[in-house]
Design a protein around this ligand. Structure first.
Ligand code: PEP
Ligand code: MN
Length: 339
């Protein structure tokens, strides 16, 4: 629930309420606004004595948070969250563009990709070093060597690095190298992993599971927020339906719907969302038109030779061609895209 303090509540009142909340077994999250302080009390609410909070010192009102997720809800934080991580800023009218190959394959591949996507206006570099592959026989990524190559590409270009982490044990290592830790679609409900990135001190890009409902996705974000990490970006990357012509089905209504319910920025992945290079530019524009706060796009120097997801990757030229259209779409909505 939300405890709204009076405008003249003192620090002592706030400290007292924090104690009252803790004594009910709930976790207090203090949000200081310009006019008043709000305390979010989260946890199992079916406890006796919640009514007593209303009579606490300096309390104006106590409101329930109706959504199943609490810290992620608009009810708690009406203002958009802006996530900044190195060169990447996402939210509140700034549309971040994360681009690069599906997997890091070599120094030449990742550094040339970083240079090309930066020249076209991308604000962060993507590239998987730890790859979650459907088949155990597929390329699993260069692991730590891949992280080193990503760091090299950042050194050359200044682009923030976005890369996936697949296991809680690897979180400290990946956090040493990357500005943003990606939780892949397959791991959206790996709760130990969510808790681990919640304590890693880096921003997180949380992909939607291909069969996850929006509530399940936002509750997954809640795990990260509850573990103390406020820098969470959601990523719609397509869901599984009866349709087989596209790799997944990319539901863009998710963007405005989720933005109504959460203050967290929403990034769209048109590469995994369609699974076809030829569909990526149109769906990138559409995502921007729908109000997305960011794009994550697969770009490869030679998609035919890519070790993963080449069939949905853009060449450098294709990426450079689509960016001005995305930028114009953003500007028509008084938003800014890329750099
Ligand atoms: C990826 O970004 O390359 C990836 C594996 O994405 P997803 O988890 O959405 O399938
Ligand atoms: Mn991929």
């Amino acid at each position: 629930m939300i405890i709204v303090m009076k405008t003249n509540a003192t620090q002592e009142d706030i400290d007292q309420m924090i104690k009252n909340v803790q004594s009910l077994g709930l976790k207090p999250n203090v949000i200081r606004g310009t006019e008043r302080t709000v305390i979010a009390a989260v946890g199992e609410e079916r406890v006796a004595g919640i009514g007593s909070l209303e009579s606490g010192p300096g309390v104006d009102e106590v409101l329930p948070i109706v959504a199943p997720y609490k810290l992620a809800s608009r009810e708690l934080s009406p203002k958009d969250t802006v996530v900044s991580a190195g060169s990447l800023t996402v939210g509140n009218g700034l549309i971040g563009v994360i681009a690069g190959p599906c997997s890091v394959e070599s120094e030449e591949q990742i550094v040339s990709s970083a240079r090309a996507v930066k020249a076209a206006g991308a604000t962060a570099l993507r590239g998987g070093a730890f790859k979650p592959r459907t088949s155990p026989y597929s390329f699993q990524g260069l692991k730590e060597e891949g992280l080193r190559l990503l760091a090299k590409a950042r050194e050359e270009t200044g682009l923030a690095v976005v890369t996936e982490v697949v296991s809680p044990d690897d979180v400290p290592l990946v956090a040493e190298y990357a500005e943003v830790l990606q939780i892949g679609a397959r791991n959206m409900q790996n709760y130990r992993l969510l808790e681990a990135v919640g304590g890693c001190g880096r921003a997180v890009l949380l992909k939607r599971g291909p069969s996850a409902t929006i509530d399940e996705w936002l509750l997954a974000a809640e795990y990260i927020l509850d573990a103390g990490n406020p820098d969470v970006m959601l990523c719609e990357r397509g869901v599984r339906t009866f349709e087989t012509h596209t790799r997944f089905t990319l539901p863009l209504a998710t963007v405005p719907y989720v933005q109504q319910r959460t203050h967290l920025p929403v990034v769209v992945d048109p590469s995994h969302g369609t699974g076809h290079t030829s569909l990526v530019p149109a769906m990138s524009r559409a995502a921007v038109a729908a109000g997305a706060d960011g794009l994550i796009v697969e770009v490869h120097p030679n998609p035919d030779k890519a070790m993963s997801d080449g069939y949905q990757s853009l060449t450098f030229e294709q990426f450079a061609q689509m960016m001005p259209d995305c930028r114009r779409t953003a500007e028509s909505l008084d938003r800014r895209l890329g750099c």
